[in-house]
Design a protein around this ligand. Structure first.
Ligand SMILES: Cc1cc2nc3c(=O)[nH]c(=O)nc-3n(C[C@H](O)[C@H](O)[C@H](O)COP(=O)(O)OP(=O)(O)OC[C@H]3O[C@@H](n4cnc5c(N)ncnc54)[C@H](O)[C@@H]3O)c2cc1C
Length: 503
């Protein structure tokens, strides 16, 4: 089967082509592997990895097992895309640095910018947060297909304007690495039957793409540990902390003003109330309602069960919205939500020529909304490593992987610290340091509900714009230790509180 050049999205750049299958070696590869990179997975992290590589290599080949949809539509390879995806301000800043103008492109595509707690209010164990008029963190609310479509389009445009040649092999699956225990020299790929070329058509035989650098951005289903075994390498050390959360999500359209409050609503679970829900506006006047619960409290995916579940979370507000909205989608479930980190950055854990980004490196419990931001921060870390040392060079992958790990640390510490109490077995054991820091963060978080100073500092960390050690700045420690714990509001706040009055 000859490769068929097709544009990746309607109106995409003419010079960047996407090819189906692997019947033909991309021109970029035919010339040699010295300055050629292969990216496994053309999702968010994969596309951002391409951006990081532009100008540093002669050619990049993206291997994506799906075929991209036309427009902003769901695709099978990213099953979590049915669920609420908030892009935190820390990730958006990284994205803007990688791809200037993307924030504007999101809002042009209908995304809403929500500034917590002004536009996204949380009900906590001590009551509702005050709605301080704080605008430190614009977080993006839009459906995931829009995020992926906008980013892909902008990456293709950036590639078209760059000296690096980009080719995307759609419907092509990476099935292994080439090389040996010390060095990765390429990727073994094959066309995907059914999901790949025309349905049911047998793809051409497996073949290899040679590369000086391989980036694994194949998401949570990454096979890197198995591929390591085939190269004769031990798997990287893996840590898992699983709170056993499951999601159920449905899209709604308000039937009147009561179904469209002027803020998003977040009612997370807390000890003693293991069920929660989030209701946020997305594009085209629609809203997403995601319900979540820990083991034994998973939200049902049938109409009645889903509605009944919202009546059992820690506050009746979201359930009370249901008479004022109509469903415009089925209810989708999702269960694989563990925090899982593979420590590729540890000494000797990554062979030369191989870097791991995004969910392939670390997945998070999605309730903290961190995964996409960490993918963007990781890609930025890769780009800065390439910039700092003048591109591909010996030792790059070790350096890059450490930089990616540093970009991951803050989110990992937060997610694991918060989830540990909901785990059991060996996962449940936290060291003294983690227990102390969890106790302190918990104490600070409860005071942040009513205190704008602690609230602002806490949001800086939650939104991944500041490292968590900032929370132990002397003035914050004093406030955390000395301020009494005040109850939050008993009902969702309607009025925004000017910051000067609050402080
Ligand atoms: C229910 C849920 C809700 C979430 N909510 C949020 C949120 O609110 N905010 C947030 O920031 N994050 C959220 N996340 C996390 C977010 O979805 C991920 O962090 C993000 O998708 C990571 O991007 P990625 O490119 O690494 O992986 P993915 O987006 O999963 O992309 C992986 C790509 O690799 C391709 N692929 C896989 N295997 C192969 C192969 N062998 N060969 C070729 N291609 C392959 C896939 O088809 C896909 O295109 C959520 C996750 C879940 C599960």
């Amino acid at each position: 089967m000859a490769a068929r050049p097709v544009p990746v999205t309607a109106g995409a750049c003419p010079v960047t082509r996407v090819r189906d299958g692997v019947g033909q070696m991309p021109e970029a590869v035919a010339g040699g592997a010295e300055r050629h990179a292969v990216v496994i997975g053309g999702g968010l992290a994969g596309m951002l990895a391409v951006t990081a590589l532009l100008g540093h290599v002669d050619a990049v080949t993206v291997v994506e097992r799906d075929r991209y949809p036309t427009g902003h539509a769901f695709r099978k390879g990213v099953p979590q895309a049915r669920h609420l995806h908030v892009f935190l301000s820390g990730g958006l800043r990284a994205l803007e640095e990688l791809l200037p103008g993307t924030g504007r492109a999101f809002t042009d595509a209908g995304a809403r910018l929500l500034y917590p707690p002004r536009d996204l209010v949380t009900r906590t164990v001590v009551g509702w947060q005050h709605r301080f008029d704080e605008r430190r963190h614009g977080c993006l609310s839009v459906t995931r297909p829009v995020i992926d479509g906008v980013v892909r389009d902008r990456v293709l445009r950036a590639a078209a304007a760059s000296a690096t040649r980009l080719e995307v092999l759609e419907a092509t699956e990476a099935i292994g690495l080439t090389g040996d225990a010390g060095r990765v020299t390429g990727v073994r790929v094959r066309a995907r039957r059914g999901g790949g070329g025309r349905t049911g058509e047998a793809g051409p035989a497996e073949r290899s793409l040679r590369a000086a650098l391989v980036v694994d951005a194949s998401g949570r289903s990454s096979k890197a540990p198995q591929w390591y075994a085939e190269l004769g390498r031990p798997a990287p050390r893996q840590q898992t902390v699983d709170a056993g959360i499951a999601y159920a999500t449905r899209m709604f359209r308000p039937t009147g003003p009561a179904g469209a409050p002027d803020m998003g609503i977040n009612i997370p679970g807390w000890p003693g109330s293991p069920r929660g829900a989030v209701y946020v506006p997305v594009e085209d006047g629609t809203w997403l309602l995601t319900a979540a619960g820990i083991r034994g409290h998973h939200p049902p995916t049938d109409d009645q069960g889903f509605a009944d579940f919202t009546a059992t979370i820690g506050d009746p507000y979201i359930h009370g919205l249901l008479p004022h909205v109509e469903p415009v989608s089925p209810i989708y479930g999702f269960r694989d939500t563990a925090n899982r980190r593979r420590h590729f950055e540890r000494s000797g854990a990554v062979p030369e020529g191989f870097v791991v980004l995004g969910d392939a490196n670390c997945t998070f419990n999605p309730v903290y909304g961190q995964g996409m931001s960490v993918a963007a921060l990781g890609a930025l870390a890769l780009r800065r490593t390439l910039d700092a040392g003048g591109g591909l060079r010996p030792g790059l992958t070790k350096e890059a992987q450490r930089a990616v790990a540093r970009a991951t640390d803050a989110a990992w510490t937060l997610a694991v610290g918060a989830d540990r109490p909901f785990t059991s077995g060996p996962d449940a054991r936290a060291g003294l340091g983690e227990r102390l820091s969890s106790w302190y963060v918990q104490r600070l978080a409860l005071r942040a509900v009513t205190d704008p100073v602690l609230g602002a500092a806490f949001r800086d960390v939650l939104c991944l714009t500041a490292p968590s050690f900032r929370l132990v700045a002397p003035r914050l420690v004093l406030r955390t230790m000395l301020l009494p714990r005040r109850p939050g509001l008993s009902a969702p706040p309607t009025a925004v509180v000017p910051l000067r009055r609050a402080a």
